[in-house]
Design a protein around this ligand. Structure first.
Ligand code: BTN
Length: 281
């Protein structure tokens, strides 16, 4: 924890629909807005709304979650008043195979918005962790509902540790998880950050529908903390180590094992095994 971050008096900013809409420069994302003080998981609430026909761009946001979900069935710690927990309903027309690529495009857009808001470089750990100073400050959980080979809808869940102080985290997590306040030494305006994220995502989403995969992959690669590194991947009883060599056109990770064999990783858990500066040199 920085001394600046710990010593500042902090007053939580209420997340109200009016405050969020005021000054929000989007056409769709966040124009339909459901704000809760508490929900189990904004992703679960968004699924329920999407099934009832909620329009594209609907945002579900909560001040706290009682069962926040992370990737790989993990729990997402969601204390009240300090962070952002929200989910966006999207209804893209197109190939379900491109959904993995959309995760990368969305992660890139959120990283860009965070960087512009706090002025610190945001990096990406494949596929969808956002890191500042090598610590995780945000994560994305994209869930898709596909029927008869068509995307019915997507729920993009985003959790950002905004003003959380690391002393509130279990000791075992303090080396790997942080917040924007912790890393910048400043209290961050949750509403402004949310607006910037929605605006950046909307621009990215529009161009995603027309851009070739190469452009999205290049933008992701430029921010990647995983590519070029030595990584360990665990998947139900299997473990591979190797160099994260590149991305497939669908956004899967290409791992080159020591025996030169290539393994394609789609949704497994990736652990960085060496500091990035060593692997990048
Ligand atoms: C991860 O890094 O494992 C993904 C974390 C995603 C957390 C967000 S918080 C808002 C939304 N609701 C959830 O239950 N999960 C996502």
């Amino acid at each position: 924890m920085t001394s600046q971050a710990s010593s500042r008096a902090f007053r939580s900013q209420p997340l109200t629909p009016d405050a969020i809409r005021s000054g929000l420069k989007t056409e769709r994302l966040g124009q339909t807005l459901h704000v809760y003080d508490r929900t189990e998981s904004t992703n679960s609430t968004a699924h329920a709304l999407a099934k009832k026909g909620a329009p594209e761009g609907t945002v579900v946001l909560a001040n706290t979650q009682t069962r926040g979900r992370g990737r790989m069935g993990r729990h997402w710690i969601s204390p009240p008043d300090v962070n952002l927990y929200f989910s966006i309903i999207l209804r893209p027309v197109g190939d379900p195979q491109r959904v993995g690529l959309w995760t990368l495009a969305a992660a890139n857009a959120v990283a860009q918005a965070i960087e512009q808001t706090v002025g610190l470089p945001a990096r990406l750990k494949w596929p969808n962790d956002l890191l500042i100073h090598h610590k995780k400050v945000a994560g994305l959980l994209l869930e898709s509902v596909v029927q008869k080979g068509q995307i019915r809808y997507l729920v993009l869940g985003i959790g950002v540790n905004v003003n959380l102080l690391c002393e509130a985290l279990p000791k075992t997590l303090r080396n790997s998880i942080s917040s924007l306040r912790q890393e910048s030494g400043r209290v961050v305006d949750r509403i402004r950050l949310l607006q910037r994220i929605l605006e950046t995502l909307e621009i990215q989403y529009r161009s995603f529908q027309v851009e070739p995969p190469g452009k999205i992959l290049n933008a992701y690669t430029a921010r990647s903390e995983t590519l070029g590194r030595s990584v360990r991947v665990q998947d139900q009883g299997h473990e591979w180590t190797g160099i994260a060599e590149g991305l497939t056109p669908e956004g899967a990770l290409i791992l080159r094992r020591r025996d030169r064999e290539e393994v394609i990783i789609r949704s497994d858990d990736v652990v960085h095994v060496r500091p990035s500066h060593v692997a990048r040199d």
